[in-house]
Design a protein around this ligand. Sequence first.
Ligand SMILES: [Zn+2]
Length: 285
Amino acid sequence: MAGQPMPGFVTRFAPSPTGPLHLGHAYSAMLAHDMARAAGGRFLLRMEDTDLERCRPEWEAAIVEDLRWLGLDWDGPIHRQSPHIEAYNARLEPLAEGGLVYPCSCTRGDIRAALAAPQEGVVHAVYPGTCRGRSMESRQPGDALRLDLARALTHLADADLSFLETGPAHEGCHRIDPDRARREIGDVVLSRKGENFVAYFLASAFDDADQGITHVIRGEDLFDFTPVQVILQHLFGLPTPVYHHHRLIRDEAGRRLAKRDDARAIAKYRAEGATPADIRRMVGL
Ligand SMILES: [Zn+2]
């Protein structure tokens, strides 16, 4: 993409302020920044801070300081998600009216018990649909709101459910197979009543559209979220950006860096006298 001026190019770095910026985050931020600047486009900073228990203003301040130290500049103010949780949830109203979501009171234990056997090749337990068919009127505080995926896919029967991927591991056009989506995604939780909660992939889909993001650049670990985001984009009439899932930075043992891998925190390298150029070399940029 470098060298090709794309003035319409808008991307973002969207960390959760739940811990220090480590090498993996730094790689993601620098790659998105570099791709935006090479394209003559915009680079935005978003704090995905909807997890009110774990997000802290001091982590946000530390992340911002590390990003500035790395030499990254972003366009416009930082966008924080936490003040908008209610607004994200309010946007589910048309889906509720269309019968595409339903309340669910199942616990993790209920779900495990209802699943006859572990499903092969599925990384998380797909919800067995116990509460499907419950009316919105039966919704109680604490109930989750689940997407009725089968109904949503029927509703979108004529839609072009696909996305363009430019990342190295999955490069090409990906068409979402409805049968596979039912098998592997299922009726995901979008929100939880009275708990100030919104699903990560929902808030992120809304923000990508609201901020005019044309290219989502993020780690390969989020590739599996893309089909559900594309389905939501179509349900809400939002555009689908181009996706670029990049390689993950791994430790010497080949494990991907944990959320709070203090040993690889940028702050630690800084304290040891590393320069931004050293960090770039370490992540292969
Ligand atoms: Zn349920």
